[in-house]
Design a protein around this ligand. Structure first.
Ligand SMILES: [Ca+2]
Ligand SMILES: [Ca+2]
Ligand SMILES: [Ca+2]
Ligand SMILES: [Ca+2]
Length: 379
């Protein structure tokens, strides 16, 4: 089915003189963003949506990030999709001195306790960012069914002042609807704060499902639809000092519906990880790489996952297989090896003959290999 997409913003702009540089909040990546500042490097543990429907998604993924400043607004485009089950897209912005490296327990109560659920519960825990990343502002987005017409999305926002408190609240709602003829109408959110959000969930590419290394821009093609956020700079410059905003960094991730279970869809990426789970226990400082995206940065190119040969006890061997694929099929994987190099399925070392796959320990994988080959005659 082809979808014809119109947006109310685009219709409104149509009455104005065309002005180069104006980005449209419609969920699509405008050329004015420039190059992506980050590309996802992790499969999604929150479901790989392959339906391509603009107003529905069975999973969530963040394939890439583009960030720029346009007409007095901070603009963020996240290529991907947000599952229409009210899971949350959490966005933290570090754009001025001060802020919170670890989420405090005394922030504004927005989005039904979003920051309280992720922040310090009084025991000194709390979601912690990479060293030097001190978040100043928070935006949270969730979407779900809008009476069968498509999706409705709700936006919440809060200041993250160095010592907590600050102001925040509900920042409005928007919709993406599809009529019976397949016409799509995206109505970006509007609210008292001037924040605007639009979602186009039609991505069916990007990363696949799983916990391994993956690439959010397969074959160097960026995912151009997803979630687009416009934030007036005056919300960040709360004392109206005329801050320069020349060093803006964004940490974005998908979280559970109750802000209660961090996925492995984080930008910058985790580089091959399962979902992170309990938000208060997450410390991005202990995870390799930057779990934030810098405005103006060039995205690191995707690193393909390591491959090797995958040997089976029945004599079969596959070349060019990832560890994940081989493990799923209960084979014995050797990094960078070819089937022509041969397979050694003769059991573990002399010191540890029960370590069938030579992993260094006798564990359930050895048992599964044994069971999988039970009854096979040996030469
Ligand atoms: Ca756009
Ligand atoms: Ca800051
Ligand atoms: Ca995908
Ligand atoms: Ca890190």
């Amino acid at each position: 089915m082809r979808f014809l997409i119109t947006t109310t913003a685009a219709i409104a702009l149509g009455t104005l003189t065309a002005h180069a540089g104006i980005l449209t909040v419609d969920g699509s990546l405008d050329s004015g963003y420039g190059d992506l500042a980050a590309i996802q490097n992790n499969s999604t543990g929150f479901g790989d949506d392959q339906g391509g429907h603009p107003a529905y998604a069975e999973g969530s993924e963040l394939n890439g990030a583009a960030i720029t400043i346009d007409q007095g607004n901070l603009m963020i485009h996240l290529g991907g999709n947000l599952q229409s089950n009210f899971n949350k897209l959490e966005i933290f912005i570090d754009a001025r001195d001060g802020g919170q490296n670890k989420i405090l327990g005394i922030n504004p109560d927005v989005g039904f306790g979003a920051l309280q659920r992720m922040g310090d519960d009084g025991s000194g825990n709390g979601l912690t960012f990479d060293a030097g990343f001190e978040a100043d502002y928070f935006v949270s987005i969730g979407c779900g069914d809008d009476n069968g017409n498509g999706i409705i999305y709700y936006v919440d926002c809060a200041e993250l002042r160095t010592n907590g408190d600050g102001v925040g609240g509900f920042a409005g709602s928007g919709t993406t609807h599809v009529d019976i003829d397949g016409n799509v109408t995206i109505t970006p959110s509007t609210g008292d704060q001037g924040i605007s959000v639009a979602i186009n969930n039609s991505n069916a590419g990007g990363v696949i499902g799983g916990d391994g290394v993956d690439c959010g821009a397969p074959n160097d093609v960026a995912v151009e639809t997803g979630i687009e956020i416009q934030i007036p700079l005056f919300l960040l410059d709360w004392d109206f000092e005329g801050l320069p905003f020349d060093n803006v960094r964004v940490c974005a991730f998908i979280n559970g519906g109750g802000h209660d279970f961090v996925s492995n869809q984080v930008l910058g990426g985790l580089g091959g990880s399962a979902n992170l789970g309990e938000p208060r226990g997450v410390d991005f400082g202990t995870i390799d790489g930057n779990q934030f995206v810098e405005m103006g940065a060039d995205a690191a190119p995707c690193v393909p996952p390591a491959t090797g040969n995958c040997c089976f006890a029945n004599g079969e061997c596959w070349d060019g297989v990832t560890y994940e694929n081989c493990d799923t099929n209960r084979g014995l994987w050797t990094e960078n090896a070819l089937c022509a190099d041969g397979c050694d399925l003769g059991g573990g070392s002399d010191d540890c003959p029960t370590d069938v796959d030579n992993s260094g320990a006798t564990d359930v994988d050895d048992l599964l290999i044994l069971i999988g080959n039970f009854g096979n005659p040996c030469p």
